[in-house]
Design a protein around this ligand. Structure first.
Ligand code: MN
Length: 291
């Protein structure tokens, strides 16, 4: 926790408005894991460089026990943020880690990994998020990269207005997050609001941004944002101001759009159909294991 006196102020004079509120789609993935796909494929262009946001949260082991057995990825990064529960990660690049309560796993698939994500609990609550962040064409075939960020190493501070901020990526109030990316400049904040608090964050006008409320509700200007809804923020202005009348928790995510073609086939996201065809061939030939 960083002392409040060291914090820089975020000055926002022209706050963004809500362009659209999205409910997400209930679905299942992996071996029958129930989740809500908040950022769906139809929003990839609008929310470039983000490709997907899944929210999962359940007390019923039947909803998560199968986990995500061995599967490949190529061409982007996966960021898993665990609020509650324990998940074991293993991949073909030799990385292994236990993701738990408040921890983050950042995996750059690059030219390819095969990995599994399996629960290490048979009962109790499992809750968290998986966000997919695209890689620029020039970076898609880079070597895989992986980092486990345990909860106590996620930079965290409390604003004078009463909001606890966990900085997963980017920077807020002068505090640098756990991960930085030069090309997509991701900002990924987990915000915990006290009743009657507000939070300001400056944002470059051209960066695409959204807010997902996972506890309580927020107001974005005059627009209410109910629980388990994503607000796509209109571009322009110089930032965003979020208000909470009662305790609430939300993710604020923004990034610099790549403005490149997006072609997705399941766990592969490339720029052309030919590159997708190559990814399928390489995967079937077992070449990802040696990536
Ligand atoms: Mn995966």
């Amino acid at each position: 926790m960083t002392a409040t006196t060291e914090l820089a102020r975020e000055i926002v004079t022209q706050p963004r408005t809500v362009e659209r509120v999205v409910a997400g789609m209930p679905t299942s993935d992996g071996a029958g894991v129930k989740l809500t796909r908040v950022l769906t494929q139809s929003l990839q262009r609008r929310l470039d460089p983000y490709l997907m946001l899944d929210a999962f949260g359940t007390d019923d082991p039947q909803d998560y026990i199968g986990g995500f057995p061995s599967h490949p990825h190529r061409g982007f990064e996966t960021i898993t943020y665990m609020i509650a529960g324990r998940m074991r990660h293993r991949d073909s690049a030799g990385h292994e880690g236990l993701l738990q309560n408040g921890g983050v796993q950042w995996m750059t698939a690059g030219r390819g990994v095969v990995h599994s994500e399996l629960p290490e609990q048979e009962d109790g609550r499992m809750e968290g998020f998986q966000l997919w962040l695209n890689l620029a064409a020039k970076d898609k075939m880079n070597a895989p990269w992986y980092r486990d960020i345990q909860s106590d190493t996620v930079p965290e501070f409390k604003t004078p207005e009463g909001v606890t901020v966990r900085v997963i990526a980017g920077a807020s109030h002068g505090i640098a997050g756990a991960v930085q990316r030069e090309t997509t400049q991701p900002l990924y904040l987990d915000l915990h609001f006290e009743a009657g608090s507000h939070f300001s964050q400056s944002l470059p006008a051209a960066h695409n941004a959204f807010v997902y409320v996972y506890r309580g509700e927020l107001r974005v200007g005059d627009s209410p944002l109910p629980s388990q809804r994503m607000a796509i923020l209109a571009n322009g202005g110089d930032g965003v101001v979020l208000h909470a009348d009662a305790p609430a928790r939300a993710l604020l995510v923004a990034g610099r759009p790549l403005n490149e073609p997006i072609v997705q086939h399941g766990p592969f996201v490339m720029n052309t159909k030919e590159e997708i065809f190559q990814a399928v061939q390489d995967s079937q030939a077992g070449r990802f294991e040696r990536a």
